[in-house]
Each structure stands twice: as structure tokens, then as C-alpha cells.
Design a protein. Structure first.
Length: 333
């Protein structure tokens, strides 16, 4: 009986230490299996010097489920690719009262940039009511790409112009990021549509991306266009639906229909197959599609071009004050 009680006490102490960020593995939610979040989380944790089973236990949960784990103490840290601000993070703060964002070190950010293609990003202080300081992290950019066989120069010009100049007509929160200042974010390493380039240069932006070759012409333009978005439960689908409506209302003779898809990779592949005209995608798989790498190994997509930035998908590393965790890197010590 005495031996059993001792084991129970040691087990409780281990759980307490783990919840406090020391003396045991941290429980870290890394996103669902096969998700972009999990792929990014794995590189980030590796860059921070963390090894699974040695420094942390991985939980394959999206932030929706991980938020509940953070609330009840079963999850110590959650990594999520989320829009900014994210309603789910605000929900955690509303229920727990001690939500906290973690910054990445410069060394970890450099590692991620080199090995993943994500870029450094600062979440400005005040992005959340509980956030008093800037937080350094990384981001992927959601961008709009077009099929160069069906999107002619004049149409691409109008798509870019209306996206920026009519962004206020879009009620989705992430449309706030569709501005002229952000217009070229995520264009790095991608060919740009000449029509979109013309608009941005007229507005005084310097465009460094190479121009895509376009076979579509205004004379042969069709009337019905398809925009690939994402799942109905994500950001792409509702945001893309409003984008399609705004384009249709402001471009004569053009009707754009948003369709639910598997998001980035499916949209790029569908454009390559000639089954889609416009697609929403993260800039990293778009680079893979252009270079014939990753999911597109040996099969590059040659008939698409960057039209404009939509919003940043920011890696947000969330914990609670009660865990005592101040950085991912400290978990490797």
C-alpha cells in the first residue's frame, strides 16, 4: 500500500511539473495529420531544438479542439496557422482569462525560413486585448492565382484592382489584409500575371517577379469563371465567396462562382488540369507547384500566375500564463 501511494504521488508531481513547463514532456498540439499546420509545426519545433518524446508529446489536433485542451490543462501549447486576429484565440482568453502568445527566437525563425519557406512575421502588440508586446513568429501568405489559359491581361487587371479598391465591400474579417500595401506579399518565387503587374505598377509598387506567359485573350473570354476556395468550415470558402460576388458585381459580362475544394494543392492541380480559373492557395505550395517540388514532384504546374495577396496565415503559438512556459526554446533546455 505504501509503495502504491508513493507511485501515485510521483505521478501527480510529474503531471504538475509538465503543466508548469519543466521536469517532463510538454503536451503540444501540432495540428491535424496531413495539415499544413502540422507540416509547419514539425519544422518549427525542430528548429527550436525540440524532439518528440524527449521534450514533448505531440497531439494531432487543430486549434478548435486544442483550445479545449488548453482550457482544461491537458494541452500546454498549441500551434495553429490562423488568421489575425483569430476568434478562437479570443475565445480562449474569454474562458481562461490568461491566454498567451509565444515568440520564436531569431535562430528558430531563420531555420524555418531556410527549411520551410515561411517568412518572418511580427504580430503587433494589441492584436489581441491581452497582448501587450510584439510577438515574433512566421507566416505563410494566402494568395490568389489565376489560370493563364483563361484569365486574360485585362481581366487580371480588374481582378487585382477590384480586390484592393473594393475590399471594404467584403465583410469577412480577413479582407482587412487585402490592401495595396500588402498586395505583393507571397509573390516571391512566383510568376506574376502581366495584367495584375500593370495595375500594381500604376499604383507605384515595384514588382520584381517575372511575368507569366499568358495565352488567354479578351476577345475569347468566357462569361463563367470558377474560383477554388477550401472547406466550408475554413476561412477560404466564406472569404472567397464574397470575393467572387464582388468581382461579379463589378466586372461587366463576368460571373465568378466560388466552389468548395480541398484548398491549396487541389486548387493548383485543378488549374493545371484546366478545370479551374482562379484559386486560393498558400504561397509555399504555389512555389512547389511552379518548381515541380513537394506534392508536385516532377509535375510542375505551368499555366498559373500570381494575381494578388489575400491575407497572412500566421503561425500562432498559444499557451496560458498558468503553464509558466515563456518560449518553445526553453522546453529543450
Amino acid at each position: 500500500m505504501k509503495k502504491t501511494m508513493t507511485l501515485v504521488i510521483f505521478s501527480i508531481m510529474a503531471l504538475v511539473l509538465a503543466a508548469c513547463g519543466g521536469g517532463g514532456d510538454a503536451n503540444i498540439a501540432i495540428g491535424p495529420a496531413g495539415s499544413g499546420t502540422q507540416a509547419a509545426a514539425s519544422v518549427i519545433l525542430e528548429g527550436a531544438g525540440l524532439k518528440e518524446d524527449e521534450h514533448y508529446t505531440a497531439y494531432e489536433e487543430g486549434f478548435g479542439d486544442a483550445k479545449d485542451g488548453l482550457q482544461d490543462g491537458n494541452i500546454d501549447v498549441s500551434l495553429g496557422l490562423l488568421g489575425l486576429p483569430a476568434g478562437s484565440v479570443n475565445d480562449l482568453q474569454a474562458t481562461s482569462g490568461d491566454a498567451k502568445l509565444l515568440s520564436l527566437s531569431d535562430e528558430t525563425i531563420s531555420y524555418v525560413e531556410e527549411n520551410l519557406g515561411y517568412l518572418e512575421y511580427t504580430i503587433p502588440a494589441g492584436s489581441y486585448d491581452f497582448q501587450d508586446e510584439d510577438v515574433k513568429t512566421v507566416t505563410a501568405y494566402a494568395v490568389l492565382v489565376g489560370n493563364t489559359d483563361t484569365i486574360d491581361n485585362e481581366l487580371a487587371y480588374e481582378l487585382a484592382r477590384i480586390s484592393v479598391e473594393n475590399a471594404d465591400d467584403n465583410t469577412h474579417a480577413q479582407s482587412d489584409h487585402t490592401t495595396l500595401e500588402n498586395a505583393l506579399n507571397g509573390s516571391q518565387g512566383l510568376p506574376i500575371h502581366p495584367g495584375a503587374k500593370k495595375y500594381y505598377e500604376e499604383q507605384g509598387l515595384t514588382v520584381e517577379s517575372e511575368e507569366a506567359e499568358v495565352s488567354a485573350t479578351a476577345d475569347s473570354r468566357k462569361e463563367e469563371f470558377v474560383l477554388g476556395t477550401g472547406s466550408s468550415g475554413g476561412t477560404y470558402y466564406p472569404l472567397g465567396g464574397e470575393m467572387a460576388t464582388i468581382w461579379s458585381q463589378n466586372i461587366d459580362g463576368v460571373n465568378v462562382t466560388a466552389t468548395e475544394t480541398g484548398a491549396s494543392v487541389e486548387n493548383l492541380a485543378s488549374i493545371g488540369q484546366g478545370n479551374m480559373d482562379l484559386g486560393m492557395t498558400v504561397h509555399v505550395p504555389a512555389q512547389d507547384a511552379y518548381n515541380g517540388e513537394g506534392e508536385f514532384e516532377g509535375e510542375p504546374v505551368e499555366n498559373f500566375a500570381f494575381i494578388g495577396h489575400i491575407y497572412p496565415e500566421v503561425m500562432q503559438i498559444i499557451t496560458r500564463e498558468e503553464t509558466g512556459i515563456n518560449s518553445l526554446e526553453e522546453l529543450a533546455e
